[in-house]
Design a protein around this ligand. Structure first.
Ligand code: ARG
Length: 463
């Protein structure tokens, strides 16, 4: 009955094998071989459960479980001949298992379908990436905290509209990214907890008439529980979408910081010096030292968010349950995961290696009338002026300084009094950048003490 050309796994009713183009569009082995370890882990758990529930014999189960380890070691050693005719990782593994152990291999697929199998493999893979990303984010947070601790009281300009706004501290700026990455951490942890339900045993879509134990396989695979609805279990790709959404937000954060590093390392800013290890040269301009890693991190959001939009577009409008469209879920997730992991590692390396140029930061912090708000606040406090009036008086003083080509601290007391007669020499105390940042003691403010408190808080969180 069986036709040698038709598929050995499902070709019973087929008289002819697939067209070469059909095989090309249908096969996923080129990319889903990345889930080999997860596939074998899932199959081993399934085989153990089939024996524990008396569906297959203990000896068949043992032979299958041992044989699967052999297949895994062949794949890990690079000695495995992946076959496009066998479509995907699931059938490649099972077919090789049959070659190794013979008849018992044919019992492995009892009470299971590739639909719950692929959902299980992919979940295990994505869950592993979530764990890796979480570790990667924590490493970057630690690198930022080291910068923040070293420079808790270094002053730099704080910007709005990329115009000098108020002096801030280097540590404060570093800790701003720690907060963003902290939210990224919580998003990945949250998504991981929500996705950790096992699809295995949902079978094709409806469950199975065999007396399986889904709790047993769920536990063996580190899931918190079996997914409660078999239709949902095989149709759900929310976990991949949540991974991609969280990855997109994280990549957006990295992109913003990367952009700052590009600006800061320029000859015009000179706020930071990036290490040679994380810079490149130009083939024509000998003086150049380019922040390529930062630029590439700035760009990674493109493909990561592209993957997210891509998978949303694949999933939208799909009727329950499994449709082959869903095979298009993996490559984008693989690529996004690789891109995010690399971006995190490169950013961690850059941050650990970079040197802040304290002098440039301090000079820049004092320029651009950065303490004008401190002057206005002083008028409110010392002269009991309404803030709106103080804002106006300060504006006039800025205009005066600008016309004299100097900064606010260089105005004389007479200059000051020409704008408002009640101003006293005490005003000069608040015009220095260090006084300015030291005064911003409000919770979460830029004062060095507040920065140190933020660092201490994060040390506790990460401990
Ligand atoms: N290679 C398939 C995928 O990645 C596996 C599931 C196939 N299931 C099926 N009923 N054809 O989605």
């Amino acid at each position: 009955m069986t036709n040698t050309k038709s598929n050995a796994m499902w070709g019973g009713r087929f008289a002819a094998g697939p067209d070469a183009i059909m095989e090309a569009i249908n096969a996923s082995i080129r990319f889903d071989q990345r889930m080999a370890a997860q596939d074998i882990e899932g199959s081993r758990a399934h085989a153990a459960m089939l024996a524990a529930t008396g569906i297959i014999t203990d000896s068949d189960s043992e032979v299958i479980r041992e044989g699967l380890l052999t297949v895994l070691s062949e794949i890990e050693a690079g000695n495995f001949a992946f076959s496009t005719a066998l479509e995907d990782i699931h059938m490649n593994v099972e077919s090789r298992l049959k070659e190794i152990v013979g008849e018992p291999a044919g019992r492995l697929h009892t009470a299971r379908s590739r639909n719950d199998q692929v959902a299980t493999d992919f979940k295990l893979w994505v869950r592993g990436q979530m764990d890796a990303v979480i570790t990667g984010i924590e490493a970057l947070i630690k690198a930022l905290m080291a910068q923040a601790e070293a420079g808790a009281d270094w002053v730099m300009p704080g910007f709005t509209h990329l115009q000098t706004a108020q002096p801030v501290t280097w540590g404060h700026h570093m800790m701003a990214y720690v907060e963003m990455l902290g939210r990224d951490l919580s998003r990945f942890k949250d998504a991981r907890a929500r996705m950790n339900e096992s699809p295995l045993g949902a079978a094709a879509l409806a469950g199975t008439s065999f007396p399986i134990d889904r709790h047993m396989t769920a536990e063996a695979l580190g899931f918190d529980r079996p997914a409660a609805n078999s239709l949902d279990a095989v149709a759900d790709r929310d976990f991949a979408l949540e991974f991609l959404s969280s990855a997109s937000i994280c990549a957006m954060h990295l992109s913003r910081f990367a952009e700052e590093l590009v600006i800061w390392s320029s000859a015009q800013f000179r706020f930071v010096v990036l290490s040679d290890r994380f810079s490149t040269g130009s083939s024509i301009m000998p003086q150049k030292k380019n922040p390529d890693a930062a630029e590439l991190i700035r760009a990674k959001i493109g493909r990561i968010m592209g993957a997210m939009v891509g998978l949303f577009t694949v999933m939208k409008g799909l009727p329950l349950t499994y449709s082959k469209d869903m095979q298009e879920d993996k490559e984008q997730v693989f690529d996004a995961a690789d891109s995010l992991m690399l971006a995190l590692a490169a950013m961690t390396g850059m941050v650990s290696d970079m040197t802040a140029n304290r002098e440039s930061l301090e000079v820049a912090a004092a320029s651009g009338f950065s303490t004008a708000t401190d002057l206005a606040d002083w008028l409110v406090r010392a002269l009991n002026m309404p803030f709106r009036d103080a804002h106006h008086v300060t504006g006039s003083l800025v205009a005066l300084a600008e016309s004299k080509g100097c900064d606010l601290p260089e105005l004389t007391l007479a200059d000051m009094q020409s704008v408002h007669s009640e101003i006293t020499a005490a005003v000069f105390d608040v015009l220095g950048v260090h006084n300015s940042v030291n005064s911003r003691q409000s919770y979460g403010g830029t004062a060095p003490d507040q920065v140190r408190a933020q660092v201490a808080r994060w040390k506790e969180i990460l401990a």
